[in-house]
Ligand binder design. Structure first.
Ligand code: PXG
Length: 289
């Protein structure tokens, strides 16, 4: 495997950054997780737009054009023969002095890793997953906006640890108001009386690319979409629920906090959305070959 760092490709064992990079010292930087399906980098443009918005939010001036960043992604896939897989891109603040001040960092670094992805077992998409609400709250938009896909993932990792300690693979996080935010690495949707409902951005969540793609699918299928405030009560009483994420795609949720959701298996609207989503992924993006 060869990893892209700042314009060059390095063998995996030689792909290294400085211990003085503020990405490591302070978590000062950004990342993306992008899927590749049959030579198509799914929604690459949307991911690059999210990087630009995240960079603006943390006052990190990108020294590359969108086209340059896109080319690095395409090249990383080609070099590594990744036709189906996963791209992890990282932008760090760069090498600087000790101390928080980002102005001591000369220039940001761009890292692009194209690799295989461990797929979820097929049965997860039929049988669904069980969730538990954890005590850790999703951080407030007034602290560090969760829309920023930053290198600070401890909020999510603490929630994940709590879920794993209870024997669950994924968890629900509430925001500081006690309303539903998202999961540790996925967005959440419910279906109620024929409508698709998901927490609105100000509920403290990452604006997932899969979330947006799923809402697009729903609109194409004529399913009404609502972004609003949701409580755990709404999820417990939903007809269907599911998670979305680049790795997860669309995964049914069959239980939250010991309450069975709907029929306790993948619901009909979830199944329809997953079917259309899987049709789109091979064409809706940037082609490698
Ligand atoms: N919420 C959070 C907090 C996330 O980190 C999503 C939602 C889904 O967003 P997308 O754009 O993927 O639809 C994410 C996604 C990984 C990995 O390497 C990916 C994510 C988070 C953690 C790990 O598998 N991101």
């Amino acid at each position: 495997m060869e990893v892209y760092i700042d314009g060059k490709f390095y063998k995996k064992e030689d792909a290294k950054i400085s211990v003085f990079d503020h990405g490591l010292l302070y978590g000062d930087g950004l990342f993306e997780g992008i899927r590749v399906y049959d030579n198509c980098i799914f929604k690459l443009d949307a991911h690059l737009e999210r990087i630009e918005y995240s960079a603006k939010a943390i006052a990190l001036e990108l020294p590359w054009t969108r086209e340059e960043i896109a080319r690095a992604h395409v090249e990383a896939c080609r070099r590594n023969g990744v036709a189906n897989g996963y791209i992890r891109s990282v932008i760090t603040r760069g090498v600087g002095d000790l101390g928080l001040n980002p102005h001591t960092c000369a220039k940001p670094s761009l890292i692009v890793i194209a690799d295989k992805i461990a797929l979820y077992p097929a049965e997860v998409y039929e049988k669904g997953i069980r969730l538990i609400t954890v005590p850790t709250r999703r951080m407030s938009v007034a602290a560090l906006p969760p829309m920023v896909k930053s290198l600070n993932y401890l909020n999510n990792i603490l929630a994940k640890i709590e879920a794993l300690n209870c024997g669950f693979d994924e968890c629900l996080l509430l925001n500081d108001q006690g309303n539903v935010a998202e999961c540790s690495g996925d967005n959440i949707f419910i279906v109620h009386k024929g409508k698709l409902i998901t927490p609105m951005p100000s509920s403290s969540l990452l604006m997932g690319i899969t979330r947006a793609a799923t809402m697009e699918c729903a609109r194409e299928l004529g399913i009404p979409v609502v972004e609003t405030t949701l409580t755990r009560y709404d999820v417990w009483n939903a007809d269907e629920a599911f998670l979305t994420g680049s790795a997860a795609e669309v995964i049914p949720v069959v239980e939250l906090d010991g309450r069975k959701i709907g029929a306790g298996k993948c619901g009909p609207i979830t199944a329809k959305l997953l079917e259309l989503f899987r049709k789109k992924v091979r064409t809706d993006g940037v082609m490698i070959a």
